[in-house]
Design a protein around this ligand. Structure first.
Ligand SMILES: Nc1ncnc2c1ncn2[C@@H]1O[C@H](COP(=O)(O)OP(=O)(O)OP(=O)(O)O)[C@@H](O)[C@H]1O
Ligand SMILES: [Mg+2]
Length: 156
């Protein structure tokens, strides 16, 4: 009896760790830059690392990506902007910025060859990832507050 209780307790603790969510309040672009630098230290390179960026239009996903990639040697000038039309923007050192907003169904998704890209090593940052049938290493959800600050929820 005691043993079973202990097992359940352990399982609950495991769940808490698995679904831990952290909330960051970000006042302006300067703070977003600091936040992006912090997140860059949590990303494992030399493996496959997938980040999902969720949140409404204009909530800051592409801006965050630009600031994040600044920490991996990609300057603002080299940053190609939003891949809304190209779907995938590829950068040196196996870094991929993906935006699936425009895709309407899973057939079209397959057609982009995205799963081929995702089968390789690399850092994959995916905006509008809801259509993908994979799970990320990190999930971030962006929100705009009434005073146009940002809240970012991070699940790992
Ligand atoms: N703290 C902030 N963090 C991020 N962006 C901010 C912040 N404050 C203001 N902005 C502005 O908000 C806009 C965010 O646009 P961005 O393209 O990054 O959003 P998005 O989430 O990628 O939108 P979409 O869903 O259309 O791709 C930019 O113009 C940016 O300068
Ligand atoms: Mg965007």
């Amino acid at each position: 009896m005691i043993k079973i209780k202990l097992e359940i307790k352990t399982l609950e603790m495991y769940k808490v760790v698995m679904f831990s969510e952290f909330k960051y309040k970000i006042k302006n672009l300067e703070e977003m830059k600091i936040f992006a630098k912090f997140i860059s230290t949590k990303i494992k390179r030399n493996s496959k690392f997938i980040i999902f960026l969720k949140g409404n239009l204009g909530s800051g996903k592409t801006t965050f990506t630009r600031l994040l990639l600044n920490n991996f040697g990609i300057s603002d000038k080299e940053f190609e902007g939003s891949p809304t039309f190209t779907i995938i923007n590829e950068y040196p050192h196996n870094i991929f910025h993906i935006d699936l907003y425009r895709l309407v169904d899973k057939d079209e998704l397959e057609y982009t060859g995205i799963y081929y890209y995702l089968s390789n090593m690399g850092l994959f940052i995916v905006e509008w990832p809801e259509i993908l049938d994979i799970s990320p290493n990190m999930l971030m959800r962006f929100e705009i507050t009434k005073d146009s600050r940002r809240k970012v929820y991070v699940h790992r």
